[in-house]
Design a protein around this ligand. Sequence first.
Ligand code: SF4
Ligand code: SF4
Length: 300
Amino acid sequence: MAKDRGIVFNIQKFSVNDGPGIRTVVFLKGCPLRCRWCANPESQLVQAEILWDEKKCIGCHHCLNICPQKAVVLKDGKISVNPSKCTGCGKCFRECPGKALKNEGEMKTVKEVMDVVMQDLPFYEESGGGITLSGGEMLAQPEFARSLLLEAKKHGLHTCCETTGFAKQEIFASVIENIDTILFDVKHWNSIIHREGTAVGNELILSNLKYAFEQGKDVLPRIPVIPGFNDFPEDAANLARVIKETGGTRCQLLPFHQFGENKYDQLGREYAYRNVNAYHREDLEEYRQTFIDHGIDAFF
Ligand code: SF4
Ligand code: SF4
């Protein structure tokens, strides 16, 4: 089923790290996983969310009074917005005198998104790039993702996605039908530990990974290397094993970083990885070598 509109929280042009060539990355809102280290916590809910920047807030409390839903509250001196009450009317962030409130997520039509994407057609043609769907998780808005991909294909674009692979197989199949390159996150080989870190098991994910390889897609498994979660030598050996079993021969390692820390403050949410040191490539050489020893070409 096609859907001509969905919630988008960012469109990033001139990306060179999200698939081949120069690309425009469209970030769709919503994700069924709750990774404890998520760098984009504002992407997790499908609906729009309001972020509060303490440094810009002048403490006038206008937002508390203006919200028709009483969704804005003051907790321990900090402003926070209850997303289950917020209707996204926009009053609070439009009227905030300090510009301390920001809306994440906006309803956009396929045409609106594609008008932006097509502005860079010459760069895609020159570099072998195109459009990448990211998130959040594009599979949280599967009909919208499918409509965007169909439209991109009508324009002859190369299509790519960054995905958790977490969806029923018929949904996954219907979305990847029009995707050329799949950057597929594999977070843990053990389903119980996977659930502890992300709130879901890994069975569906691994079966979709296998399915994608079977369809002959260009699939790149990507492993976010997270301290204390999947960074032990036995994790590298077992991740290499599951990649091989599903049909892969290579993977990309994504060292843990702290780019998302500030956003947890702005959303008024707890962050489990606060003060955990980031990884650098040189910290993970032995880890990478374990993949290679087990027959998987691992790179950064
Ligand atoms: S309206 Fe803006 S500046 Fe005033 S309290 Fe709310 S967030 Fe702060
Ligand atoms: S967007 Fe509207 S409903 Fe949501 S918090 Fe702001 S004023 Fe309230």
